[in-house]
Design a protein around this ligand. Structure first.
Ligand code: CA
Ligand code: CA
Length: 493
């Protein structure tokens, strides 16, 4: 064997293992032992703008990513964006990271991305893939090909804007290492929702969200008045990094109306119970878990529409016989002239209730029950409506009246007479001193009366052979009441 042949054989002996080694490992070996580790979309302030996809190596020397790509698909599985690594990354350590992020995410987390992308992930559903088949992740209402992704992560709700991140669960095998067994190609099974996003880049930096602050002030966009109310529309300012939990609109009058506030979780807020006919301007502030923003600038000054009047105030209740004179002062007109007042007197011990309407104070409420206790209240009316009642005035006893009419219960004739039985009505607050029965003939007999202190009263000297009906009235110290209705008409023998 000559020297030249020996050298050739030696060269072949060296080369063949090298060729075998090359053919046993695919040419993409230096970037494909990689998984999508974390995906995050959006912040509360700029939904969708701050986004990142984090890759993690599960072997050393997977840093030869130049010209390799991140593919973004929509929910239907259609490719919408492609982002290409312009160069390799420098750190090829096993378990090392590669950060693909928008400039907004770089700023938000104060971290440098290894590949900067434009905002392209849609929170409601989609898919991202590193290269055509290295690894893919699908979420939300993704309905494209299930190859490599199985079931989408959080199919009902997608990725939470401003919320936690989709984070690969690496607990299988060694729980602290990303390994092939941590990828089952089912996004729903392979990922969990982490409380907050924590991006890592290839240089070993760890990004963090800035600590939250109170929100910025909202901006009032319109103030729409109606009867006694203003609907305040606004746009929120920055959340301060912590979700806004509520807003408060405050409306202040520029000409003496009452100030009011209204809280709620979204625009618009309808601030009610404002003073009709007064001018108002309104402002809004926002609250999150950290605190409350300053108020916005005031919106436009607008006139609030007229309302029903405010309740009057009872100033005195002066009783007399069967009546109370109710004096009062009006409240606000509500921006529309008051057209009348109604005083209502209610008894606290069983007297009949009465009311009286008129244009001014006082109103004299009559036909009340003498000797009963009453308190009275007043309300006002204008073109818009009726006010609430005022508070009750003092409780006073109504002066006695003449008695109410008795009730005839029977009329029993005898020769030239009728015995009239009856039951008394109200005394009117003063003891009844007597009754008078009166019998009138319906066919020409002579009329007669008889007085006495109790039922029955026997009315005599009537015309025999004539028909009669009888009635009764009562008398007390105040006076004589009205007659009762007539009893039955009966023939006198
Ligand atoms: Ca593992
Ligand atoms: Ca996979």
């Amino acid at each position: 064997m000559g020297i030249r042949l020996l050298r050739l054989l030696m060269a072949i002996a060296v080369a063949v293992p090298a060729v075998l080694a090359i053919s046993a490992v695919p040419s993409y070996a230096a970037f494909h032992l990689m998984n999508i580790r974390q995906v995050w979309i959006g912040t509360v302030d700029t939904p969708g703008d701050a986004q990142f996809v984090e890759l993690q190596m599960r072997a050393a020397n997977q840093n030869v990513v130049a010209n390799h790509e991140l593919f973004v698909f929509d929910a239907a599985g259609t490719l919408t964006d492609t982002f290409v690594f312009p160069s390799n990354v420098s750190n090829g350590s096993d378990q090392g990271y590669i950060l693909i992020a928008t400039a907004q995410a770089e700023s938000l987390f104060d971290i440098t991305a290894d590949l900067v992308i434009t905002p392209s992930l849609v929170p409601t559903g989609g898919k991202v893939c590193f290269e055509t088949a290295v690894d893919c992740f699908a979420w939300g209402d993704y309905t494209g090909s299930p190859t490599g992704v199985g079931n989408p992560f959080r199919p009902a709700s997608g990725l939470p804007v401003g919320g936690g991140a989709a984070l690969r669960d690496i607990s299988a095998g060694n729980p602290s290492l990303l390994e092939p067994g941590d990828d089952t190609n089912d996004s729903a099974a392979d990922f969990d929702l982490a409380a907050s996003p924590v991006p890592h880049n290839n240089a070993g930096d760890v990004g963090s969200l800035p600590s939250a602050t109170a929100p910025a002030a909202p901006t009032v966009t319109s103030s729409t008045p109606s009867s006694g109310a203003i609907s305040v529309a606004f746009t929120p300012g920055s959340s301060g990094g912590s979700a806004i939990t509520g807003f408060t609109a405050q409306c202040l009058s520029t000409d003496g109306g009452v100030a009011r506030t209204k809280s709620g979780t979204s625009s618009p807020l309808n601030v009610t119970l404002l003073s009709g006919g007064k001018n108002y301007h309104c402002r809004v502030r926002a609250t999150n878990a950290v605190g409350t923003s300053p108020y916005s600038a005031f919106g436009a000054t607008v006139p609030v529409g007229a309302t029903a009047p405010a309740a009057p105030t009872v100033t005195s209740s002066t009783p007399s016989s069967g009546a109370i004179s109710v004096a009062f002062t009006p409240g606000s007109s509500g921006g529309s002239a008051i057209t009348g007042f109604t005083a209502q007197c209610l008894s606290t011990d069983g007297g009949v209730a009465r009311s009286k309407t008129g244009p001014t104070s006082p109103l004299i409420v009559t036909s009340l029950s003498g000797g009963k206790n009453y308190h009275c209240r007043v309300r006002a009316t204008n073109a818009v409506g009726v006010s609430p009642f005022s508070a009750f005035g003092a409780t006073v006893m109504v002066g006695a009246t003449a008695p109410a009419a008795p009730t005839v219960t029977s009329s029993t004739p005898s020769s030239g007479a009728i015995s009239v039985a009856f039951t008394p009505g109200s005394t009117g607050g003063s003891a009844i001193t007597g009754f008078t029965a009166q019998c009138l003939s319906t066919d020409g007999g002579v009329a007669r009366t008889t007085s006495g202190t109790s039922s029955p009263l026997n009315v005599t000297l009537l015309s025999g052979g004539k028909n009669y009906h009888c009635r009764v009235r009562a008398t007390n110290a105040v006076g004589t009441g009205p007659f009762s209705a007539f009893g039955a008409t009966v023939p006198v023998p």
